[in-house]
Design a protein around this ligand. Structure first.
Ligand code: SAH
Length: 241
């Protein structure tokens, strides 16, 4: 296995890794490798794979968070905290009341910046999967993008169905799409369009949450509900770093 770029520099310069050291590496796609290092330079680190296995930090419930873009640091916060909690993918979108509206020629740059926030958060929290941040999606494309996975739209105007009630219809769940609105909330037609595509609108309780609170909170509640917050034994018996 070869490790290049920033990770090689970090191993050589910051962690002062030496040939013979054992490390745990990830391919960013949910697999972990136990590796014994053979060559260490700041440009390239090489090693032999001793064992490979699935990363137990990856939750069995895959959550895709559709998040209407939030202003400034709030979006960064959702991406960082959402990654720590265990979200599997992010779809940033624009809806009628989105305040932060980057110009279309900024979409790619935004996506890149958000991806680097998620990548750093994934590494920091010991995840073997780096959740992808999808391209910025303008509203009309959002409802048709929903797959036939179970979908929840958090709507403060929902006065009857709680999250718990929505989940009680599903004893087991392996994937869910979660849709969260911008600071100003969803327009009611937007909620209807999502519901027509099969989404269930749910309340997250009697208090209005800040837009940046709703996604990470709901993700944590979903993982808890489906028993995906239990501690897991590490993939390899020996401890790497
Ligand atoms: N329009 C509201 C606030 C929107 S909160 C107002 O200004 O009063 C931003 C987003 O967080 C909402 O679009 C929704 O997705 C989610 N949200 C916040 N509080 C919620 C609640 N109690 N129930 C469900 N969703 C909520």
């Amino acid at each position: 296995m070869t490790i290049a770029g920033e990770d090689a520099r970090h191993l050589a310069r910051v962690l002062r890794a030496q040939p013979g050291d054992r490390i745990t590496a990830t391919d960013g796609r949910g697999n972990l490798y136990e590796v014994v290092l053979t060559i260490v330079t700041p440009e390239t680190v090489r090693g032999e794979v001793l064992a490979a296995g699935p990363d137990r930090a990856e939750p069995p419930l895959k959550i895709t968070l559709f998040q209407s873009i939030l202003k400034g640091e709030k979006m960064d916060w959702v991406l960082q905290k959402g990654t720590e909690v265990g979200i599997t993918a992010f779809v940033p979108f624009l809806s009628a009341r989105t305040i932060a509206r980057p110009a279309p020629n900024q979409y790619a740059k935004k996506q890149e910046r958000w991806q680097s926030i998620v990548t750093a958060a994934a590494k920091q929290s010991g995840r073997g999967l780096i959740p992808p941040v999808h391209p910025v999606t303008p509203w009309p494309a959002v409802p048709p993008m929903l797959t036939d996975q179970f979908t929840l739209v958090a709507w403060e105007g929902e006065t009857t169905r709680s999250l718990r009630q929505a989940l009680s219809q599903r004893e087991q769940l392996s994937a869910v799409q979660l849709v969260i609105g911008p600071e100003g909330g969803f327009a009611s037609e937007e909620v209807s369009a999502l519901v027509r595509q099969g989404a269930l609108s749910v309340s997250l309780g009697p208090r209005i949450l800040r837009a940046e609170t709703a996604g990470p909170l709901a993700a944590g509640l979903l993982l808890y509900h489906y028993d995906a917050l239990e501690p897991a034994p590490s993939t390899f018996a020996s401890n790497g770093r």
